[in-house]
Each structure stands twice: as structure tokens, then as C-alpha cells.
Design a protein around this ligand. Structure first.
Ligand SMILES: *Cc1c(COP(=O)(O)O)cnc(C)c1O
Length: 217
């Protein structure tokens, strides 16, 4: 049996109302099962192919989260079972998820991925773009999508002030969208915080952290 200490250490530091998504990319089924046996059910992957393969080998009650960039042609594989897509980064993707979800008659929970980091490489929409998309005119076109909130990634830096500022920006957008939503209770997820920066994210109002390396070290 594997040592569960890293998992328990992280769990202890999380407030009860913050959901932990265990990011299991590159991890083996055995490593994932040790978390499962400790009670973990939410798992996140950033690649569809890897997620599909692991889904077949993991227990059926795992809740799967797609946290990485999603290509339109892969959407159809996820739609039957995915718990949450964290990475809506274009209207084109929103439209594709809606179309596949309609075919399979299932409403899909999704998050806008907001770009707040100061790095060129991160995917996501600008806050202003999300504000424009998050209107009844747009969302009415996609009835098979339920927007539940926002996902943000901080800049990979040791400058905690910088990260804190970025997460505060995401929180501000999240609150604004909730105010403007027709179903404000559906805006309930602010997905931010990884191994390096999750305490800062929680300070800034995160309700869901996506932690990988720190759980498995
Ligand atoms: C890999 C990854 C994480 C987890 O990162 P760690 O530093 O291992 O905790 C979280 N979110 C996304 C989008 C990722 O790709």
C-alpha cells in the first residue's frame, strides 16, 4: 500500500467547502487508486485520450474533469460522462459542446477559462470577452451548456503578489457574472489554485483547486 501522507497533508489544509480535483495526468492507475481508496473521487486530466483510457480502468463513480485545452473533434467522446469541462476558451468550442450534448441529450457543466496570467502560453478568454459571451443572447443559443463559473491559472512565478492580483481579477469577474446571471445559483465554481499557488487562490475565493504534483510527491 502506498503512503497517503501527501494527500492527507493537502486535504487538511483545504476548507470544507473547497473541492479538490486531483490532477492525475501522467500518473499511473495504481497511484490514482491510492487516492481513490483514501476517498478521492474528483480527478482531472488535461488530455482527452489519456482521460478516456483511464476512465476504462478506474471505478465507475469517479467524477472526471477536463482541465486542459479541448479540441472540437474530441468533444463527442467526453459528452456522455464528463462532470465538468474547465476549459471553454472560445465560442466555437462552446457551440461544439452544445451540438454534441444535444445529440446525446445531456446538459454539460462548463467553466469559462479566463486568461489572467502574464504568460503568453496560457489558453483562455480575456475577462472582457467572457463578459460579452456571458449574456442571455449568447447563452440562449446553447441550451445544452450550463455555465457554472470560471477557471483561472496564475502565472508560474514566485511573486505571490502577482499571483494574488491575478486570482483577485478572476474572482471579481466571477462575482460580476453571478450578478448578471439569470440563474445566479448556477454560478458556483471558481476553479483556481494548483500545487504552487492554491493557498493564495483560496485566500482569493477559490471554490475548487486542481492539484497534481503535491498529492503524489
Ligand atoms: C497540471 C495542471 C494542474 C496541476 O498542476 P500541479 O502543479 O501538478 O498541481 C492544474 N491545472 C491544470 C490546467 C493543469 O494542466
Amino acid at each position: 500500500m502506498k503512503e497517503l501522507h501527501p494527500f492527507d497533508c493537502v486535504k487538511k489544509t483545504l476548507p470544507a467547502d473547497v473541492t479538490l480535483v486531483a490532477v492525475s495526468k501522467t500518473r499511473t492507475i495504481e497511484e490514482m487508486m491510492s487516492l481513490y481508496q483514501a476517498g478521492q473521487r474528483d480527478f482531472g486530466e488535461n488530455r482527452v485520450q489519456e482521460l478516456m483510457k483511464k476512465k476504462d480502468q478506474m471505478p465507475k463513480d469517479v467524477r472526471w474533469h477536463l482541465i486542459g485545452h479541448l479540441q472540437s473533434n474530441k468533444v463527442k467522446y467526453l459528452v456522455p460522462f464528463i462532470t465538468l469541462i474547465h476549459s471553454i476558451d472560445s465560442e466555437k468550442l462552446l457551440s461544439e459542446v452544445n451540438q454534441q450534448a444535444k445529440k446525446q441529450n445531456r446538459i454539460i457543466d462548463c467553466l469559462w477559462q479566463v486568461y489572467v496570467a502574464s504568460e503568453e502560453t496560457k489558453h483562455g478568454l480575456l475577462p472582457i470577452e467572457i463578459e460579452q459571451l456571458h449574456t442571455s443572447d449568447t447563452l440562449h443559443k446553447y441550451p445544452y451548456i450550463r455555465i457554472c463559473g470560471i477557471m483561472a491559472m496564475g502565472t508560474l512565478t514566485a511573486e505571490s503578489k502577482q499571483i494574488s492580483k491575478e486570482f483577485a481579477q478572476a474572482k471579481k469577474l466571477f462575482d460580476m457574472l453571478a450578478l448578471r446571471s439569470l440563474q445566479p445559483h448556477e454560478m458556483r465554481i471558481l476553479s483556481m489554485g494548483m500545487s504552487n499557488d492554491y493557498p493564495i487562490a483560496i485566500e482569493q475565493g477559490s471554490t475548487m483547486v486542481r492539484i497534481g504534483s503535491k498529492l503524489f510527491e
